[in-house]
Design a protein around this ligand. Structure first.
Ligand code: ATP
Ligand code: MG
Length: 457
């Protein structure tokens, strides 16, 4: 399709009906914001937002079953065919004194006034879906065609009234693959005090949305250049310009970004990719012997640095554990000489449920080195097949896989319940890891008896 042309064929029937209903009541209706932008880009729209000059009370009369989701701002949600559509009364906007939301909302009749309060020109286009007429007072279509993200109006004023917009700017640079207009970019640094007021949950949500882009690094580059990252995650900046060693084509910072981009578009996995080498700056040391830099224990140190960051950004407990676990175990030192027992031990250490994540991260990590990629990917493939064989052979990887359990130990050995049971099981698992044939009831009970005896003696 021609850039700037609009293909209304993909507007859902229910949206057209909804707009027709408003028009039949003497009102006007437009589709607006992200869906129009996505239509113009030829991309699938995520949500369909309708703007109308009907006032909130009129909306409730016209759509009696609408949910008054944000009625004080003029928004109701109309449900059609299981889909939710937000219908919002045209509004201008009052002053912002808290950097987060306007002090008051003013309803208006003019679509242009409504578009003027929106953040970026590409998000400030409205279309009457019944006649196809486009309202584009700020040149959003031109900007889209030129590949530019530009604030509506004076960027300093717009970023100064709502702190979230600078982060949205970074996100849209990645997700829409646009370049940031220079004046818009220049307005970010001077307005960071407003950005500082944004709740950390919103920052996290923007990060997660950013991670769905083809290359989220585009957003993180904007965040670094403009100072946004100094506010949200200064730990990442220590790697900027930090040279690595002969295995790497990039500095620590760029390598983290490349790894994030190379991960599958699973947001948490990509966050882990971004952080996987966060322990490198503080562990870098020159080795005379290697005539190169080393980063000993950067996985352990990195996990210690990543843990408070993930907590601070309010990722859920599960997400924090996943991110930190991946940073902790991202180094895979496999060589084909590994005994099966070593592979079993490695699986136990990283956790069976983390294997797919670790494979994905390691493969991204290898590709992000920019050197010797094939050799690293080859080693990873060998590890994967070795792991698959060991699992196939029925290796005991947790105490649950042992042929006896805690009850057996209590009953057969007369041991009193308590912490000792878990400790005996752990010792048995360790023994079975080295010697799989030991995983038989009689042999395990005998070994358990020996452990109990040794403890008593
Ligand atoms: P997506 O849904 O793909 O993330 P979007 O542009 O639809 O992108 P939403 O958050 O759904 O973003 O917002 C819908 C519209 O509301 C935007 O297109 C924009 O016009 C306006 N908007 C949203 N947030 C802001 C903001 N902080 N300041 C100004 N306008 C905003
Ligand atoms: Mg949207």
């Amino acid at each position: 399709m021609e850039p700037g042309a609009l293909d209304l064929a993909s507007v859902p029937r229910d949206v057209l009906d909804l707009c027709a209903r408003l028009v039949s009541k003497g009102k006007r209706a437009w589709i607006v914001g992200g869906c129009v932008r996505d239509l113009l880009r030829g991309a699938p729209a995520s949500d369909w937002d309708v703007a109308t000059d009907a006032r909130p009370q009129e909306l409730l009369a016209i759509f009696p079953r609408a949910i008054p989701t944000g009625i004080e701002h003029g928004t109701v949600t109309v449900v059609r065919g299981g889909e939710h559509y937000e219908v919002t009364t045209l509004r201008g906007e009052g002053a912002y004194t808290d950097g987060r939301r306007p002090d008051w909302v003013e309803f208006v009749d003019d679509i242009t006034a409504d578009l003027a309060r929106r953040d970026f020109t590409v998000n400030a286009i409205a279309v009457d879906p019944l006649d196809g007429k486009i309202v584009d007072p700020f040149g959003g279509r031109d900007d889209l065609a030129r590949g530019v993200l530009r604030a509506v109006g004076d960027p300093l004023a717009r970023f100064g009234e709502d702190g979230l917009r600078v982060l949205r700017a970074a996100r849209f640079v990645a997700s829409l693959e646009l370049a940031l207009d220079p004046a818009t970019e220049a307005a970010i640094a001077p307005t960071l005090d407003t950005f500082r007021k944004v709740a950390v949950e919103r920052v996290r949500d923007e990060w997660l949305k950013t991670m769905k882009a083809r290359a989220p690094s585009r957003a993180f580059d904007v965040m670094r250049r403009t100072g946004i990252l100094d506010v949200t995650c200064p730990e990442l900046l220590a790697g900027v310009g930090m040279e690595q060693n002969k295995w790497h084509a990039y500095d620590v910072w760029r390598h983290g970004l490349e790894c994030m981009d190379a991960c599958p578009a699973d947001p948490i996995l990509r966050v882990a990719g971004l952080f996987h080498d966060v322990g490198k700056p503080s562990t870098r040391a020159w080795s005379d012997k290697k005539q190169d830099y080393t980063f000993y224990e950067h996985d352990r140190v990195g996990a210690e640095i990543a843990a408070p960051i993930a907590a601070r950004l309010r990722f859920s407990n599960d997400e924090q554990a996943r991110i930190v676990g991946l940073v902790r175990h991202h180094i895979i030192q496999y060589s084909p000489e590994w005994e099966d027992a070593a592979v079993r031990r490695w699986i136990r250490r990283v956790g069976l449920s983390s294997l797919q994540d670790l494979y994905a991260l390691s493969s991204a990590d290898a590709r992000a080195k920019g050197r010797d990629v094939e050799a690293d990917l080859g080693t990873l493939a060998l590890l994967r097949s070795h792991v698959a064989r060991v699992i196939d052979e029925g290796a005991a990887l947790s105490t649950r896989d042992l042929k006896i359990n805690g009850h057996d130990i209590i009953k057969e050995l007369g041991v009193a319940p308590g912490r000792i049971i878990g400790e005996i099981l752990a010792e048995l698992l360790e023994a079975v890891t080295s010697e799989p044939a030991l995983n038989e009831r009689a042999a395990l009970l005998e070994r358990a008896r020996a452990i109990v005896g040794a403890r008593a003696g």
